[in-house]
Design a protein around this ligand. Sequence first.
Ligand code: AMP
Length: 442
Amino acid sequence: MFNLVKGTHDVILSEADKYTFIEQTFVEIAQAFNYKEFRTPIIEASELFQRSVGESSDIVRKEMYTFLDKGDRSITLRPELTAGTVRSIVNNKLLALGDFPIKAYYVGPCFRYERPQQGRYRQFNQFGIECIGINSPYRDVEVVSLAYYSLKMLGFKDLKLIVNCIGDDESRNNYKEVLRKYFESHLDEMCEDCKDRFKLNVLRILDCKVEHDQEIVKQAPKISDYLSENSKNNFNKFLKSLDDLEIEYEIDDSLVRGLDYYSDVVFEIHYTSSKGLNYGALCAGGHYNKLVQEIGGPNGVEGCGVAVGIERIAAVMNDDNLFEELDESIDCYVMPMNETYQKNAIDIGTSLRLNGFKTEVCLENKSFKAMFKKAIKLNARFAVIIGENEVNNNSIVVKDLTTEIQEEIALESLTGYLDMKMNEHGDEECDDPSCSCHHHHE
Ligand code: AMP
């Protein structure tokens, strides 16, 4: 027996169906917003993340899975997908035509060597979008709203959107100067991490989760007092547009996000499940002024993105029963009377499957009784029985397991017969949830 690698988890069976459902919901909405899919490698040059996510971030300092490959290249398992997505946009010269914005969405695994806890894994899945080549705060709103509407679509109520503006470079540098002066006199009583943050990026101190340090952070100068006119105007337009869309938010001036590439608008969406459990931010994102340039693209091309944690969404949806009943039934269970007819059963099963009927074939030499038991266990609608008589008559026996009605029909009319049975009342749409027709599942 092998144990899972610490911080990883198997997503299997109905849990995997739930992940697919969540991802599909996001993908469909992204497509409705005219985003196109980007599938970039899981491994990238380590330097990509050092340059973009930033040397001062916890991710680069402590959490990356980095190794030398056999050619002595430093490789990192991506800790997030923004860097790789922007890299691919730059490398593929998608910005060369100046036809903006480029709208990318992605889905896939990320890796961070974090302490595993509720909602925190070492391998986890993100869906996300990047909108690149933008100069309007309304594009930032578009990005936030995509995440917000997708979560609504999944059934979330009472979402808590937290926003902040961390300003352009100039505002932020002025602010950092003031923060350094403020924290200098408190540093002695702060945690070791904050002492490092003070040296590397003083803004990070605002993110400290240590209770005592948070008290000190509360009294710190606020970024809102140091924003340039341009940043302030854009932030106000951003907020006004959220108001217009009736998307509620809270401004939290300690929200700085853990990745270096952000500037101006940053945001997170939180949700507390009915069990009172908070899994951390469901999604997070923001605007970036310099990331494209940092990764080798042209100057002055700005972007905005958001990343959603699939594990966290699945966890709260499980807690709050937001998943609809999954349909785990099948249409047909093909039952050969004995081993001789397995070949016929395979032929029939194949034909059913290729005609779109979800079908299992019994190839396990079961008794007639055991096969019926299995059909019930599989939640099959029809038992399709083939034996000597049927082969001789070129026919097949179909038993409807919901009505117990059994009929012998010509083999060639099998799929037509099943279609007819499944649409028995002939309605285009069936709204009756107790009805056994298959409209509900389509
Ligand atoms: P980030 O890339 O750090 O901005 O994170 C974006 C989203 O990814 C978060 O809001 C979480 O939902 C999710 N996430 C980040 N880290 C983890 C983790 N270690 N395990 C599970 N989900 C995570």
